[in-house]
Design a protein around this ligand. Structure first.
Ligand code: PEP
Length: 255
């Protein structure tokens, strides 16, 4: 009913894949395949590929994003990259709170909030990831987990800044496993996120926020997932490394 109020966004998350040379080749292959998209098309790439990606995407409808950002502006934070460094490289999007960052690199709801605020303050469109583990789903606390993660991630984010926020609902058990949530589970998870946003910003504002589903979305299941009322796009891992598969997902979101 309100899907038309929202921007559909298909974003690839390349994770730790592709050299700069491979980046240029893959984006050049993708460009003609997604040129007629009727949705936003984003590729979030490793830091070292950003310059090559921005250059390869020039003049096309592909926007480039990073896979993380630090919350401090500068200083002794070995291995980290600031929001200003990203915008200086013409990056437009960034992912925060991906479950792999939470799981393997100790990121918490609080640091995800700080990273998201730093990104938003720099004017970056910020894809904030939330999602329950399999254990939490089995315990019946999916709604509570999604609500908590969403509300903490958005702490101190103004309604104006919320216009640059995309939330990606990514059940941890469905990421990189080949096990996709059913379209109903994806829609329900996204609705839980939308309800949490409504609690803080009101229902009218919540209706305008793009909420993606992520977790083994691929060329074969994208159309069904994206047909759901609360699924406004996808965050795509594995399938974003294959030009043809990614373009099929983009086409499904453009219908
Ligand atoms: C992701 O990394 O955000 C993701 C959804 O991965 P995959 O599509 O491979 O499950």
């Amino acid at each position: 009913m309100n899907k038309s109020k929202r921007n559909a966004v298909i974003a690839g998350n390349w994770k730790m894949n592709n050299t700069p040379e491979q980046t240029t080749a893959l984006i050049n292959e993708m460009k003609p395949l997604v040129a007629n998209a009727d949705c936003d098309v984003v590729l979030c790439v490793p830091f070292v590929d950003i310059v090559a990606a921005v250059e390869a995407a020039k003049g096309s409808n592909i926007k480039i994003g990073a896979e993380n950002v630090h919350f401090e502006a500068k200083g002794a934070f070995t291995g980290e990259v600031s929001a200003e460094m990203l915008t200086a490289c013409n990056v437009e999007y960034v992912i925060t709170g991906h479950s792999e960052r939470r799981q393997y690199f100790g990121e918490t709801n609080e640091t995800v909030n700080l990273r998201s605020l730093a990104a938003l303050n720099a004017g970056l469109k910020t894809i904030i990831c939330v999602g329950e583990t399999l254990e939490q789903r089995k315990q019946g606390v999916t709604k509570e987990i999604l609500s908590m993660q969403t509300k903490i991630a958005l702490k101190d984010v103004t309604a104006e800044q919320l216009k640059n926020v995309i939330i990606a609902y990514e059940p941890v058990w469905a990421i990189g496993t080949g096990e996709t949530a059913t379209a109903e589970q994806a829609d329900e998870g996204n609705k839980f996120v939308r309800d949490a946003i409504a609690d803080v910003y009101g229902a009218d504002v919540a209706e305008t926020v793009t909420i993606q589903y992520g977790g083994s979305m691929n060329a074969g299941n994208a159309e069904e997932l994206l047909s759901k009322e609360n699924v406004d796009g996808g965050l795509i891992g594995g399938a974003s490394l294959k030009a043809k598969d990614f373009s099929i997902i983009v086409a499904a979101a453009s219908k």
